[in-house]
Structure formats: structure tokens, C-alpha cells
Write a protein of this length. Structure first.
Length: 245
């Protein structure tokens, strides 16, 4: 997420994006790219010419580039609220649209997309608009379409942040005091509940658990899912219901 939905904090936005989050301007690692494509059902066996993808909170287009590796460019669309990031994405040749952060509406007809992808976005959207955007996302998706969603997992994310602050002196302040644009401190179990009216087959997994590197039992998928509430971040998928409420 390069842009931010949080209104009235442009100074904080600039500090939290350009200086404190330099990774937003680096290419997506190949392993991450393959994981995302696989989660979204975009594989060699897919009918690639017919899949349409929406990147909700596309920023400068890092993930648009990932999807465009496999899909026709015209099938990949991004939306965001940050003008500078969108201009970078347009310059790279991507089809992107600016959203009005004060109006919760996606500029698409119902049932347009097979996949909606969103990475580190919902924590930037005020709570009331976040609920409305979930409904909008479901509206523009086709039945049984895939939502691929990732975000930080509060409050446990803060424990990982404090450790990171002392490991990375250049980003000490950012990690110690948290990202000031995180106005919606989501928790994985709450997000699962929030998705239920519109989605089924919901499975959000932790990106890292405490002590995972030292205990092999914590590297098992079943154990990670059971302990997902303790993770640093989460990423996973859900299927759009045939008749969302």
C-alpha cells in the first residue's frame, strides 16, 4: 500500500512512506510473486486470457507488474488514492484509477473481476469506510472469485516492531512508534469475521509466528493456522459467495 485512505495527515503520510518505508519502491521478490500468483489461481493451467484482476491499493504498481507477467495488460487494473504513486504506475504503462478517499465506491460494474488483490491496505482505511469497502469489493467480484488479502496483525505486530526497531537503527523511530497512517488496527480473527457475509473458504495465514525459526512444529501449516492470531502479519484468500448479503 503506497497511498493512504486516512484523511488530514498528509505530513505523516509523507514521513511514513518515502523515508520510513523504502521497500515500497523495490521490486517484489520472486518467491513472493510466485506465492501471490498461486494464491490468486493464476497458474500455467489457468485460462489466462479471461482472468481479470483488481489491485485494491496498487500504489506505484509493484504488484501490477507481477500480475502483468502472466495476464494481458488490459486485464489488470489498479486503484489507489495517492496521486504520486498512481502517476508512477501510469508511467509504467498500467491502467490505474484514482479513488476519492471521501466516497466509498469502486468505479466498476457488478461482477467484473475474477481476482481482487490487496496487500497492506485495509489498515490505512478508517473503520467505517473499511466495512463499506469490503461490500464494494464483493460487489465487483464474480461469484467464486478469489480475494487475496494481506495486512499487519495487531496487537502482536507491535511486539515484532519493537524487536525490529533495535535491529534496524535507521528505521528505529518508525518501528518503535508504529506507522502513523495505520488508523484501522486490524486483527486476523476479526478480519475473518468481517469477510464472512460476503466470502466463504476463508483462510488467512500468519507470515511469521514468535519463535517459528527455532521450533519445527511451528513451521507446520496446521499449527500455523491454529496460532494465526499470534502472527506478525497475515495473508490468505477467500472465495466470493454466490449471493453476498
Amino acid at each position: 500500500m503506497d497511498g493512504n485512505w486516512s484523511p488530514g495527515i498528509s505530513g505523516l503520510m509523507s514521513m511514513a512512506t518515502a523515508a520510513a518505508r523504502p521497500w515500497l519502491h523495490t521490486p517484489i521478490h520472486e518467491n513472493t510473486a510466485e506465492r501471490v500468483l498461486s494464491a490468486c489461481g493464476i497458474t500455467a493451467q489457468s485460462s489466462l486470457s479471461s482472468i481479470r484482476v483488481l489491485d485494491f491499493g496498487c500504489g506505484n504498481g509493484r504488484y501490477l507488474e507481477v500480475f502483468a507477467r502472466r495476464l494481458p495488460l488490459e486485464n489488470v487494473v489498479g486503484v489507489d488514492v495517492d496521486d504520486n504513486s498512481l502517476e508512477q504506475a501510469r508511467s509504467a504503462g498500467f491502467n490505474v484509477i484514482r479513488l476519492d478517499e471521501n466516497i466509498v465506491q469502486l468505479p466498476f460494474e457488478t461482477g467484473q473481476f475474477d481476482v481482487v488483490f490487496s496487500s497492506n491496505v485495509i489498515e490505512h482505511i478508517p473503520k467505517d469506510k473499511y466495512y463499506l469497502y469490503l461490500k464494494e469489493i464483493a460487489r465487483v467480484m464474480r461469484p467464486r472469485g478469489i480475494l487475496a488479502l494481506g495486512a499487519p496483525n495487531y496487537p502482536y505486530k507491535r511486539a515484532f516492531d519493537i524487536l525490529a526497531a533495535f535491529r534496524n537503527r535507521e528505521l528505529f523511530t518508525y518501528y518503535l512508534f508504529d506507522d502513523p497512517t495505520h488508523c484501522n488496527r486490524v486483527r486476523v480473527l476479526d478480519v475473518e469475521r468481517d469477510l464472512e457475509p460476503y466470502f466463504t473458504d476463508i483462510k488467512l495465514m500468519p507470515s511469521e509466528l514468535p519463535f517459528q525459526r527455532w521450533f519445527s512444529v511451528l513451521q507446520r501449516e496446521d499449527m500455523q493456522y491454529r496460532l494465526r492470531r499470534f502472527g506478525n502479519k497475515f495473508f490468505g484468500t477467500a472465495r466470493r459467495r454466490a449471493d453476498p448479503s
